[in-house]
Design a protein around this ligand. Structure first.
Ligand code: MV4
Length: 447
C-alpha cells in the first residue's frame, strides 16, 4: 500500500481524496497555488507544498512543480482527481517514468479514450453500441457530404480532440454541410491543434446516462450501475441521480454486462465511466472518461462502495475486493452541484463566505471544503459543494433533498441553491421525465 499520496488537485475533490487516504492510514501531501493556502484540504493534509501562482497553467497543470513536490516529500503515489491533469496521458507517463504510481488508468487507455474517434472505434470493436456515423475521421468534403446524405439529416460534426461538447457543429440540411465542415475543421485546429472531425447522426432529445466501471487490470471488471446526468446547462452538469428513472433492472443489467465484457477484454484498470446517449430504449456510446468523476458519490450512496478507496487499492496492486454478484443497488441518490454563481444569470460569485451551515441527518452527505470566513478564489471552477442525498425510494430521496436544501446556509456570496430548490418542484423532474435539453428549455421559459 502507499505510504504517502500526493493530491494533485484542489477544492472538494482534494478533500475527498485526503479523507480516503486518511482512513486507509496513508499520509497525504497537498499541493496548492498561492490562491489556495487557506483551503480546507491544505490544512488537513499531513504536508503542504505551494507549487505556484493562481493560474492553473502555472500550478495545478505545472508538471515539473508537481513532480518536484513529490520528490521533496517522498510521495509514492499521485492522485490527479478530476479535471486538471487527470486525463493527460503524458502526465501519467511522466509520473510512472519518475518512479511514482499514477492513481488512475493506464497511460494507453487514457490516450485511446482521449481521441474520440479512436475511442469510438475501439469500443465498437469491443461490442459496445455506438451512434451511427462515419467510420473514423472525414476529410474530403465530397465524401463527407455523401456520408451525411446516406445517414440523413440532422448530422452532428464532432472534433476528434473535442469532448464535453467542445467543437461540435449541428447541420440540419444538406446546403449547410460544406460550410459547417470547413468551420468545424478550422475551429478544431485552433482549439486543439487537430483538425480531425467525424460525423454522427444527431439524436434530438436523448438522455445522458453513464455507466460506472472499475477494473483491476487482470481482466476482472465490475459495473456499479448508471447515473443519469441529463440535467445540464451548456455542457455543465447541474444535478445527477442514480439509478436513472428511465431504466428498468433488465436494461441496467444488459448495458452493464455489455460494458463489463468489453472492458474486461482490454483489462481496463481503475475507475472509468462509459457515457451513452439513451433514446427510444436504445443506448449509443459517445465517450469514455478515464477518471474519478465529480458525481461519483451518487454511485457510492446506492452501492455502499467507497470508490476512491477501491481506486487507491487497485493502483497499489490489490485485486478487486468484490464480484459483480456482490453488488447490491439500494434506494435512490441525487447530487446537487452547489456553485458560487447567481442562480438565474449563472454569473460566477467568488468572495468571502459569511455564515456557513451544511445540512446533515440520515441520508445526507455534503462534500465541500467551505467554512465560515473562507474566501473563494476567483481563478477556478465555481463548484463549491456537492449535496448528495440518499433515500429508500426516489420519492423519499426527493423529500429529503427538499429538506436538506432548506437547511443549507451559505452567506456572503450568490449560490445556485434556489435553482435546485425550484428544479426539484417541477412536475417533469418529479416524474423523471426529462432529457439533455430540458433544463435549458425550462430556464428559457422562466425568463
Ligand atoms: C451528441 C448529441 C446528439 N447526437 N451526439 C455533447 C457533449 C459531448 N460529450 C457529446 N454531446 C452530444 N453529442 C449525437 N450524435 C448531443 C450532445 C449533447 C449533450 C450530450 C450529453 C450531455 C449534454 C449535452 C448537451 C448538448 C448536446
Amino acid at each position: 500500500m502507499f505510504e504517502k499520496v500526493l493530491i494533485a488537485n484542489r477544492g472538494e475533490i482534494a478533500l475527498r481524496l485526503h479523507r480516503a487516504c486518511r482512513e486507509m492510514g496513508i499520509r497525504t501531501v497537498a499541493v496548492h497555488s498561492t490562491a489556495d493556502t487557506d483551503a480546507m484540504h491544505v490544512r488537513l493534509a499531513d504536508e503542504a507544498v505551494c507549487i505556484g501562482p493562481p493560474a492553473a497553467m502555472d500550478s495545478y497543470l505545472n508538471i515539473p512543480s508537481i513532480l518536484a513536490a513529490a520528490e521533496i516529500t517522498g510521495s509514492d503515489g499521485i492522485h490527479p482527481g478530476y479535471g486538471f491533469l487527470s486525463e493527460n496521458a503524458e502526465f501519467a507517463h511522466i509520473v510512472e517514468e519518475h518512479g511514482y504510481t499514477f492513481i488512475g488508468p493506464s497511460e494507453q487507455h487514457i490516450r485511446i479514450m482521449g481521441d474520440k474517434i479512436q475511442a469510438k472505434q475501439t469500443v465498437r470493436e469491443l461490442g459496445i453500441p455506438v451512434v451511427p456515423g462515419s467510420e473514423g475521421a472525414v476529410s474530403d468534403p465530397e465524401e463527407a457530404k455523401a456520408l451525411a446524405e446516406d445517414m440523413g439529416y440532422p448530422v452532428l460534426i464532432k472534433a476528434a480532440s473535442g469532448g464535453g461538447g467542445r467543437g461540435m457543429k449541428l447541420v440540419r440540411q444538406a446546403d449547410e454541410f460544406a460550410a459547417a465542415l470547413e468551420a468545424a475543421r478550422t475551429e478544431s485546429k485552433a482549439a486543439f491543434n487537430d483538425d480531425a472531425v467525424y460525423l454522427e447522426k444527431y439524436l434530438e432529445r436523448p438522455r445522458h446516462i453513464e455507466v460506472q466501471v472499475i477494473g483491476d487490470g487482470t481482466g476482472k471488471v465490475v459495473h456499479l450501475g448508471e447515473r443519469d446526468c441529463s440535467l445540464q446547462r451548456r455542457n455543465q452538469k447541474v444535478l445527477e441521480e442514480a439509478p436513472s428513472p428511465a431504466l428498468n433492472d433488465a436494461a441496467r443489467k444488459a448495458i452493464g454486462q455489455t460494458v463489463v465484457e468489453a472492458l474486461s477484454k482490454i483489462k481496463y484498470t481503475s475507475l472509468g465511466t462509459v457515457e451513452f446517449l439513451y433514446e427510444d430504449g436504445e443506448f449509443y456510446f459517445i465517450e469514455m472518461n478515464t477518471r474519478l468523476q465529480v458525481e461519483h458519490p451518487v454511485t457510492e450512496a446506492i452501492t455502499g462502495i467507497d470508490l476512491v478507496r477501491e481506486q487507491i487499492r487497485i493502483a497499489a496492486g490489490a485485486p478487486l475486493s468484490f464480484d459483480q454478484d456482490d453488488i447490491r443497488f439500494s434506494g435512490h441518490a441525487i447530487e446537487c452541484r452547489i456553485n458560487a454563481e447567481h442562480p438565474r444569470t449563472f454569473v460566477p460569485s467568488p468572495g468571502l463566505v459569511g455564515d456557513f451551515h451544511a445540512p446533515g441527518g440520515l441520508g445526507v452527505r455534503v462534500d465541500s471544503g467551505l467554512y465560515a470566513g473562507y474566501r473563494i478564489p476567483p481563478y477556478y471552477d465555481s463548484l463549491i459543494a456537492k449535496l448528495v442525498v440518499h433515500g429508500s425510494t426516489r420519492n423519499d430521496c426527493l423529500m429529503r433533498l427538499n429538506r436538506a436544501l432548506g437547511e443549507f446556509v451559505i452567506d456572503g456570496i450568490e449560490v445556485n441553491i434556489p435553482l435546485h430548490a425550484d428544479l426539484i418542484q417541477q412536475q417533469n423532474f418529479i416524474d423523471g421525465d426529462y432529457h439533455i435539453h430540458w433544463l435549458e428549455e425550462f430556464l428559457e421559459q422562466q425568463e
